[in-house]
Structures are given as C-alpha cells and as structure tokens.
Design a protein around this ligand. Sequence first.
Ligand SMILES: [Zn+2]
Length: 214
Amino acid sequence: MNKFLCLSFDDGPNVESGDTTMNDMLDILEEYNVPASFFLIGNKITEENKSVIQRAIKLGCDIENHSWTHPKMAELTKEEIEAEYEKCDNAILTLTGKKAQFFRPPYISVSQQMYDIIKVPFICGLGCNDWDPEYDAEYRYNQMMKDAQNGTIFLLHVMEKNSPTLQAVKRIIPELKKQGYTFVNLPDLFKNCGVNPDIPNSLWSVAQMTYNNT
Ligand SMILES: [Zn+2]
C-alpha cells in the first residue's frame, strides 16, 4: 500500500529583518524534492517577502489561510471573523492568483460560528510543540516519528528563529522516505488517501475518516 504524509507549516512568511526560516525550510524541501503546505498569516505578506512565497509555489507547495492577524477567532464577532478570513484570502489570491483551499484556525480556536462563516475545510494536524523553544529538535523528531502513519498532517511552524524545526525536518524526511512514505501537499494528501475533506464542521488532523475531530 502506498503511504502518504503532509508537512504543513504555519506563521510564515518571515518579517523580522534578516530572518530566513521559511526560505531555509524551502532549501530542505528542494534538496529532498518534497512539496509541503504553508498556512500564511495575511498581514505578514509584504512586498519584501513575496519571492519566498513564489518560490514555495514553484516547489509544488500550496498556500493556505491562517487568518489576517492570528487572533483567537472563537472569541470574535461575526464581522471580525469574516474580516480575518477574507483579508488573508484576498492577499493570497492577489499574490498567487489562486484562492486558499484550506483554513487553519490560529491556536486551533474554533466555534460553530466560524464553521458557518468559513466554508473551506479546517485543518489541525499532529504537532510536536514546535512553537515552544523548550522543545528541542530531538524531541520534535521523535514526536513526529511516533505520529507518522498514512494520512498524517504534521503541524509545524516556520516562524522566525525556529531552527530546531529545520533540524527535525531535515532528519525526518529521509527517514520516513526510507520507510516507504511519500510526502505530498494537502490537496494531494486528501486525494491520494481517498478522503473528501469537504465535510461541514470538520477539523482534520489525519486524512482518514476516523480522524475527523468533530
Ligand atoms: Zn499560527
């Protein structure tokens, strides 16, 4: 049986001067010829970092919506939720010519109101605390190895200074390839796993029907 996995990365692109975390991740993906998925924060998409997003697309990555300002959206009003989603979506559409196909709620904060407003599938994923500097590359690698199965969506971050995740991903790709896994982007993950993600009120962590969280 073919086995598929997706690496998904939140909180890019990078806006701190001199920080190249997302671009460094693209170097690793290019080295191993592996596509991934990037959930961008809309207000971080600037003229200066357009090129890193375009590079990701060239490498076969998809660009997805992670809100405009990264708030806990379950605590927002209907109008605020719409604005957070739409502004990010428009920035992505303007830059890439394509609408985002998936949404990752910041902090995985979700509500029925959000499901009612945002019509694309919500993605969670299996994380390894990689937003927390207390967890080193070794921990992240081991957690990812435990979570690997057919359909796994790894929830990772290319936020500024996140070099332990670069190290963990550099180790995990060849190891999981050796075990027979193929890395694909999110649209291809659902397609290849034979799962239609477009189910109301669903929050996906693994592209298998039994792993739909709601
Ligand atoms: Zn985030």
